[in-house]
Design a protein around this ligand. Sequence first.
Ligand code: SF4
Ligand code: SF4
Length: 273
Amino acid sequence: MDNKISMDNKISDDRRSFIKKVLNGTIGGSLLLVFSAGAEIFKSPEDIPAQIPSLKNKEYEITKAHFAFIVDITKCIGCGSCCVADKREYNVADGYYRTWVERYLKDYDDNVYVDSPKGGLEGYQSPREDIDVKVRDTFFVPKLCNMCKEPPCVQVCPIGATFQTPDGFVLVDHKRCVGCGYCIQACPYSVRFLNPVTKTAEKCSWCYHRVRKGLQPACVSVCPTGARKFGDLNDENSEVSKILKGPGVITVLKREMGTFPGLYYIGARREVI
Ligand code: SF4
Ligand code: SF4
C-alpha cells in the first residue's frame, strides 16, 4: 500500500489561492467561516499528510505510544549542542530557531536577567558584558514546542495545515500552510515562526520523522548531560515514565493557559514558569 498519503486532493490550488486572497484582505475575511476550523485530529494513517517522510504502515504501531519530552534544567550546561543538532537536521535559516537555550542570571537582589544570543547556538562560553552585577545564580533553560494536548495553534489554523497526530504530535503540513501567521500569534510559548524561504509556519516537531523510525529527536541524541529526555509513557520502563511517576517535582510552562503541554521540566524555578 502506498503510504505517501497526500492531502493534495483535499485542498485544490484554486482553494489555496482563494484562501490566500482572503487572508491578504482582498476578499472579505468573514468568508473564512465557510471553511471548517482546523482543530481536527487525524484518526488514521490515511489521513496523515504526505509531508511526514518516514511514514510506513508497519511503523504506525508507534501510535500506540504516548510520547513525552522532559527537560532537566539542573543538568543543562548551556553548551548549545542541541541547537546545533537541530539546525543541521532542518537546515534552519540564520536568525531562526526551532529550539533554543536561554541563560538566566540572578543577582543578590533577586533581579533576573535573561538572554539567548543566537538562540544559544554557540553555547555560553563568556559572561554577559552588558550588565554589571554580582551574579548569585546562573542556569540554562532549553525551549522547544510543548506539543500541547489542547494546542491553540491548531485551533486557530483556518485550513487545518497545523494538526495533531494520533500519537500526540502537533505538526505543520507545509503544502497546505498559506503563511497567514495566526498560529504564530496564538502560540503562548512563541515557538513558531514564518520560514523566510518557504513562507510557511515552522516549529519544532520533536523530530517526528526520526521518532517514526525509532530514533530519538536530534537534540536529545546529542545532549552530553542527558538534560533532554524523550520516550514513551506507555512503556513503564522508559526513563520518562519513571521520572513522571517518581517523587520529583515536575512542572510545565504556563499551566494557567490550559494547553496541557507534553513537555515537562525538572528544576524549573518560578522565574521560568
Ligand atoms: S545539549 Fe544538553 S546540556 Fe547542552 S545546551 Fe542543550 S540541553 Fe543543555
Ligand atoms: S507550544 Fe505552541 S506550537 Fe507547540 S503545540 Fe503548543 S501552541 Fe502549538
